[in-house]
Design a protein around this ligand. Sequence first.
Ligand code: KG4
Ligand code: ZN
Length: 333
Amino acid sequence: MWILGIDTSCDDTGVGLVQDGRVVVNRVASQTLLHQVYGGVVPELASREHVQVIDGLVEAVLAEAGLVPAKLDRVAATRGPGLIGALLVGFTYAKGLAFALEKPFVPVHHLEGHIYAALAEHPEVTPPFLALVASGGHTHLFEVPCWGQYRQLGATLDDAAGEAFDKVARLLGLGYPGGPAIEELARQGEAPRVPLALPLQGQEGFNFSFSGLKTAVARALEQGYAPADIAARFQQVVVEHLAQVVVRAARYTGLSTLLVTGGVAQNAALRARLQEAGLRLLFPPKGLATDNGAMIALAAWHIQKAPPEALLVPAAAYLPLEDPSTSAGRPAR
Ligand code: KG4
Ligand code: ZN
């Protein structure tokens, strides 16, 4: 079964091709340079750029696999959440393609795409497990009791973890995306030199908070601490905060398997810290952690049947993952 997956939820056009649950092609057209001068994503520019590149990107992905469109069995696209104008480009394009080919269209929840990315190389893994989605737009912790069911244990109360990396990188005069830039600078710094406190200390829930940390970084800069030391301590605090919450959730639920996905899952310090926690860890393979189309096709592969009237399903900027109508299930084998 060949599935084409499209993600245009934010500022990257992602198109991927999956055959029987295996990623064959995965291409992302990055808009980073377009938005860089504005210091953040400009929604209208993002939508227009998606319109410009999507057709060529789909053609290139199919050509790379040597596949004619008629060979596709399903066309999938991110339904939400995300920037509505950006979402609509990929979602509507995918609907049109599916309709023209007379093939099923599969709407996919973006976070479910991230979760299936972490399972890409582990077909043997089955629920129950915990899933931490930490990206530029999201920081959520889910308990997944069985395929297609998601119970949100906690989420960020303010900024997303990746957003915190991006904002702190800007304060430190580093480029976008901030995560890799901070990770590199942190290697030259000494974390103990900078007094940044762990967020939400003494609270027992499973939520996260990163905006106070960003303010504390601004203060540390004013006080004259070295950028490399600040980067090292900031990263250490984010990693420790994420790790403490997921370890608490593992104890609370009795679950010992943890998926870590989204752009922040690429962070080596986070991976190293979690390795100490005694959990079975699953991370997305290279190229599948940040937003991409293949993860959407992977999630669509897990949906038993395309929903009836799928062409009438609307895109949605706000879309909780707990809503059962949006979820995937077992593989369609
Ligand atoms: O998953 P993604 O494409 O974003 C959303 O879906 O929103 O991930 C991008 C985010 C950015 O905020 C970026 O700074 C962060 O992931 N990121 C990292 C690393 N690589 C990317 N954060 C920490 N360490 C990294 N190595
Ligand atoms: Zn994402």
